[in-house]
Design a protein around this ligand. Sequence first.
Ligand code: NI
Length: 219
Amino acid sequence: MDRREVINKTKEYARGRLGNETTGHDWWHALRVWKTAKYIAGKEGGDLFIIELAALLHDIADWKLNKGNRNLGSKLIRNFLGKLKVEKKIIKDVCEIIENMSFSLTGAKIKSRMKTQEGKIVQDADRLDALGAVGIARVFATGAKLQERLIYNPEIKIKKRTMNFRKKDSYSAIHHFYDKLLLLKNLMNTKTGKKLAGERHEFLEKYLKQFFKEWNSKV
Ligand code: NI
């Protein structure tokens, strides 16, 4: 099968699986990551076919079902791409990227487990989607899904940039900014990723400033 055709089939498959997932890991997230990854690859190089496949498929295993089974994504991908007769080596590379994608694995302590240029690019594109205006929308969408996560809880002290990400620390959506989002700028792999993250990071800072101003009713 022609590579363009494989990409089109992969888009259809990803859209079918992700659909209207409501925590910000929906099809439109995958599409944004795909576009951003292609943009970064245009500046930084790398095997575009692997990058495109990994970007489109990176959240294919529903994270709620995926708890405790981080190989589910790879299993689905091997099956899907195998049917399309994609080379084994390419499938292996795509799966390796996806297995190493999650923030908790490659989080603040371990700087990056991504070994390949392709992985670094897809990871950057995914992290960029957690920043900026879209990133903010995604935090609150996820917060609404996680029942114990408030918009903000001023009674819990914010540990500024702890570089020690633990899920339990994300007591509120606003805490999650400090536990994760504000750390991402320094975790970018590529030069282009860093540049894009800088701009989106500034937007987060600006947003938080306004948020606290309103929260404290400073008019
Ligand atoms: Ni993602």
